[in-house]
Design a protein around this ligand. Structure first.
Ligand code: HEC
Length: 174
Protein backbone atom coordinates (compact mmCIF):
# COMPACT_ATOMS: atom_id res chain seq x y z
CA UNK A 1 0.00 0.00 0.00
CA UNK A 2 2.74 2.36 0.94
CA UNK A 3 4.57 1.56 -2.28
CA UNK A 4 1.43 2.15 -4.25
CA UNK A 5 1.07 5.54 -2.64
CA UNK A 6 4.70 6.40 -3.28
CA UNK A 7 4.58 5.34 -6.89
CA UNK A 8 1.38 7.28 -7.44
CA UNK A 9 3.07 10.29 -5.96
CA UNK A 10 6.05 9.84 -8.28
CA UNK A 11 3.78 9.38 -11.29
CA UNK A 12 1.81 12.44 -10.36
CA UNK A 13 4.95 14.53 -10.09
CA UNK A 14 6.25 13.25 -13.39
CA UNK A 15 2.97 14.03 -15.10
CA UNK A 16 3.06 17.52 -13.65
CA UNK A 17 6.63 18.08 -14.77
CA UNK A 18 5.86 16.72 -18.20
CA UNK A 19 2.62 18.65 -18.70
CA UNK A 20 2.62 19.22 -22.44
CA UNK A 21 1.91 22.57 -24.02
CA UNK A 22 -1.57 21.33 -24.79
CA UNK A 23 -2.24 20.33 -21.19
CA UNK A 24 -0.99 23.66 -19.92
CA UNK A 25 -3.24 25.42 -22.42
CA UNK A 26 -6.25 23.43 -21.25
CA UNK A 27 -5.48 23.98 -17.59
CA UNK A 28 -4.49 27.63 -17.64
CA UNK A 29 -5.41 29.45 -20.81
CA UNK A 30 -8.62 27.88 -22.07
CA UNK A 31 -10.80 29.39 -19.35
CA UNK A 32 -10.32 32.79 -20.94
CA UNK A 33 -9.16 32.24 -24.51
CA UNK A 34 -11.56 29.29 -25.01
CA UNK A 35 -11.12 25.76 -26.25
CA UNK A 36 -10.54 26.65 -29.87
CA UNK A 37 -8.61 29.83 -28.96
CA UNK A 38 -11.24 32.04 -30.58
CA UNK A 39 -11.66 34.19 -27.49
CA UNK A 40 -14.99 35.63 -26.54
CA UNK A 41 -17.00 38.73 -26.35
CA UNK A 42 -19.34 39.40 -23.50
CA UNK A 43 -22.93 39.02 -24.51
CA UNK A 44 -25.56 37.52 -22.31
CA UNK A 45 -23.24 37.17 -19.35
CA UNK A 46 -19.60 36.38 -18.87
CA UNK A 47 -19.88 32.88 -17.43
CA UNK A 48 -23.05 31.66 -19.05
CA UNK A 49 -21.69 28.43 -20.50
CA UNK A 50 -18.48 26.88 -21.64
CA UNK A 51 -18.74 27.86 -25.29
CA UNK A 52 -19.32 31.51 -24.93
CA UNK A 53 -17.45 32.33 -28.10
CA UNK A 54 -20.66 31.23 -29.83
CA UNK A 55 -22.16 34.51 -28.71
CA UNK A 56 -19.48 36.47 -30.55
CA UNK A 57 -20.70 39.38 -32.58
CA UNK A 58 -18.02 40.86 -34.79
CA UNK A 59 -17.81 44.62 -35.11
CA UNK A 60 -20.53 45.18 -32.55
CA UNK A 61 -18.48 48.03 -31.13
CA UNK A 62 -18.56 46.49 -27.66
CA UNK A 63 -15.26 46.08 -25.86
CA UNK A 64 -14.82 42.37 -25.26
CA UNK A 65 -12.69 40.65 -22.66
CA UNK A 66 -10.66 37.79 -24.10
CA UNK A 67 -9.03 38.07 -27.51
CA UNK A 68 -8.59 35.14 -29.89
CA UNK A 69 -5.16 33.57 -30.12
CA UNK A 70 -6.05 31.50 -33.18
CA UNK A 71 -5.63 33.42 -36.41
CA UNK A 72 -3.97 36.18 -34.44
CA UNK A 73 -0.70 35.46 -32.66
CA UNK A 74 0.88 33.44 -35.47
CA UNK A 75 0.60 36.62 -37.55
CA UNK A 76 2.21 38.61 -34.74
CA UNK A 77 4.95 36.01 -34.56
CA UNK A 78 5.93 36.78 -38.17
CA UNK A 79 6.55 40.47 -37.42
CA UNK A 80 9.97 41.76 -36.55
CA UNK A 81 9.92 41.87 -32.74
CA UNK A 82 6.78 39.72 -32.72
CA UNK A 83 8.24 36.65 -30.98
CA UNK A 84 9.80 38.88 -28.32
CA UNK A 85 6.44 40.57 -27.71
CA UNK A 86 4.56 37.26 -27.39
CA UNK A 87 7.07 35.83 -24.91
CA UNK A 88 6.94 39.07 -22.97
CA UNK A 89 3.13 38.96 -22.73
CA UNK A 90 3.35 35.51 -21.18
CA UNK A 91 6.02 36.53 -18.68
CA UNK A 92 4.78 40.01 -17.76
CA UNK A 93 1.10 40.15 -18.78
CA UNK A 94 -0.77 42.76 -20.81
CA UNK A 95 -3.17 45.63 -20.10
CA UNK A 96 -4.78 48.19 -22.36
CA UNK A 97 -7.34 48.35 -25.09
CA UNK A 98 -6.36 46.25 -28.09
CA UNK A 99 -7.99 45.48 -31.44
CA UNK A 100 -7.88 42.04 -33.02
CA UNK A 101 -9.62 41.39 -36.33
CA UNK A 102 -11.56 44.63 -35.89
CA UNK A 103 -12.98 43.66 -32.49
CA UNK A 104 -11.93 45.73 -29.48
CA UNK A 105 -10.78 43.88 -26.34
CA UNK A 106 -10.14 45.55 -23.03
CA UNK A 107 -9.11 43.05 -20.40
CA UNK A 108 -6.17 42.01 -18.27
CA UNK A 109 -3.84 39.24 -19.28
CA UNK A 110 -2.16 37.91 -16.13
CA UNK A 111 1.58 37.30 -15.90
CA UNK A 112 2.61 33.64 -15.99
CA UNK A 113 6.05 34.19 -14.47
CA UNK A 114 5.28 31.45 -11.94
CA UNK A 115 5.54 28.82 -14.71
CA UNK A 116 8.93 27.34 -15.54
CA UNK A 117 10.78 28.49 -18.66
CA UNK A 118 10.11 25.07 -20.16
CA UNK A 119 6.37 25.31 -19.50
CA UNK A 120 6.24 28.80 -20.96
CA UNK A 121 7.93 27.75 -24.18
CA UNK A 122 5.84 24.57 -24.41
CA UNK A 123 2.53 26.38 -24.12
CA UNK A 124 3.51 29.16 -26.52
CA UNK A 125 4.79 26.67 -29.09
CA UNK A 126 1.56 24.72 -28.74
CA UNK A 127 -0.63 27.76 -29.35
CA UNK A 128 1.51 28.95 -32.25
CA UNK A 129 1.59 25.62 -34.05
CA UNK A 130 -1.87 24.28 -33.23
CA UNK A 131 -3.89 27.16 -34.65
CA UNK A 132 -1.82 28.10 -37.67
CA UNK A 133 -0.47 26.60 -40.87
CA UNK A 134 2.56 28.85 -40.71
CA UNK A 135 5.92 27.34 -40.12
CA UNK A 136 6.98 28.24 -36.62
CA UNK A 137 10.56 28.12 -35.40
CA UNK A 138 10.22 26.69 -31.91
CA UNK A 139 10.75 29.06 -29.02
CA UNK A 140 13.19 27.66 -26.49
CA UNK A 141 13.11 27.68 -22.69
CA UNK A 142 16.41 29.59 -22.67
CA UNK A 143 14.75 32.50 -24.45
CA UNK A 144 12.46 32.85 -21.43
CA UNK A 145 15.40 32.54 -19.03
CA UNK A 146 17.00 35.52 -20.76
CA UNK A 147 13.77 37.55 -20.89
CA UNK A 148 13.28 37.11 -17.13
CA UNK A 149 16.33 39.32 -16.56
CA UNK A 150 14.49 42.27 -18.05
CA UNK A 151 12.41 44.74 -16.16
CA UNK A 152 9.13 44.82 -18.05
CA UNK A 153 5.47 44.89 -17.03
CA UNK A 154 1.99 44.69 -18.52
CA UNK A 155 2.09 48.39 -19.46
CA UNK A 156 5.42 48.26 -21.27
CA UNK A 157 3.97 45.30 -23.18
CA UNK A 158 1.07 47.53 -24.24
CA UNK A 159 3.63 50.02 -25.58
CA UNK A 160 5.49 47.18 -27.31
CA UNK A 161 2.25 46.05 -28.99
CA UNK A 162 1.66 49.58 -30.26
CA UNK A 163 5.21 49.68 -31.63
CA UNK A 164 4.44 46.57 -33.68
CA UNK A 165 1.59 48.60 -35.22
CA UNK A 166 -0.94 46.23 -33.69
CA UNK A 167 -2.23 48.98 -31.40
CA UNK A 168 -2.72 49.09 -27.68
CA UNK A 169 -4.01 51.97 -25.63
CA UNK A 170 -3.55 52.40 -21.90
CA UNK A 171 -6.61 53.78 -20.15
CA UNK A 172 -5.01 57.07 -19.05
CA UNK A 173 -4.36 57.86 -22.72
CA UNK A 174 -8.07 57.79 -23.54
C1 HEC B 1 -7.79 35.46 -16.83
C2 HEC B 1 -7.96 35.37 -18.25
C3 HEC B 1 -6.76 34.95 -19.08
C4 HEC B 1 -6.03 33.81 -18.97
C5 HEC B 1 -6.22 32.69 -17.98
C6 HEC B 1 -5.04 33.86 -20.03
N1 HEC B 1 -5.17 35.01 -20.75
FE1 HEC B 1 -4.10 35.58 -22.37
N2 HEC B 1 -5.09 37.34 -22.44
C7 HEC B 1 -6.14 37.68 -21.64
C8 HEC B 1 -6.60 39.01 -21.97
C9 HEC B 1 -7.76 39.75 -21.31
C10 HEC B 1 -5.77 39.47 -23.01
C11 HEC B 1 -5.84 40.85 -23.69
C12 HEC B 1 -5.33 41.92 -22.72
C13 HEC B 1 -5.70 43.33 -23.14
O1 HEC B 1 -6.86 43.54 -23.54
O2 HEC B 1 -4.86 44.23 -23.03
C14 HEC B 1 -4.83 38.40 -23.30
C15 HEC B 1 -3.82 38.45 -24.25
C16 HEC B 1 -3.00 37.39 -24.59
C17 HEC B 1 -2.00 37.42 -25.62
C18 HEC B 1 -1.68 38.61 -26.52
C19 HEC B 1 -2.63 38.63 -27.70
C20 HEC B 1 -2.40 39.77 -28.65
O3 HEC B 1 -3.20 39.89 -29.60
O4 HEC B 1 -1.47 40.55 -28.49
C21 HEC B 1 -1.40 36.20 -25.64
C22 HEC B 1 -0.27 35.75 -26.54
C23 HEC B 1 -2.02 35.41 -24.61
N3 HEC B 1 -2.99 36.16 -23.98
C24 HEC B 1 -1.69 34.09 -24.32
C25 HEC B 1 -2.17 33.38 -23.21
C26 HEC B 1 -1.70 32.07 -22.83
C27 HEC B 1 -0.69 31.24 -23.59
C28 HEC B 1 -2.34 31.75 -21.66
C29 HEC B 1 -2.14 30.54 -20.79
C30 HEC B 1 -0.83 30.38 -20.21
C31 HEC B 1 -3.25 32.85 -21.35
N4 HEC B 1 -3.11 33.82 -22.31
C32 HEC B 1 -4.10 32.88 -20.26
C33 HEC B 1 -6.70 36.91 -20.64
C34 HEC B 1 -6.22 35.70 -20.20
Amino acid sequence: MRYLFLSLLVLFNISLAQGSGQEIYQQLCQVCHQKDALGTIIEGGLFSGDNFHETRVEDAGIAAAFPPLANNISRTYKLQGGPDYLKSVLLYGLVGKITVNSQIYDGIMPSWANLSDQELSDVLNFVLSNWSDEEIIEITATEFTVLRQENRDSETNCQARAQLNLNCQLSQEK
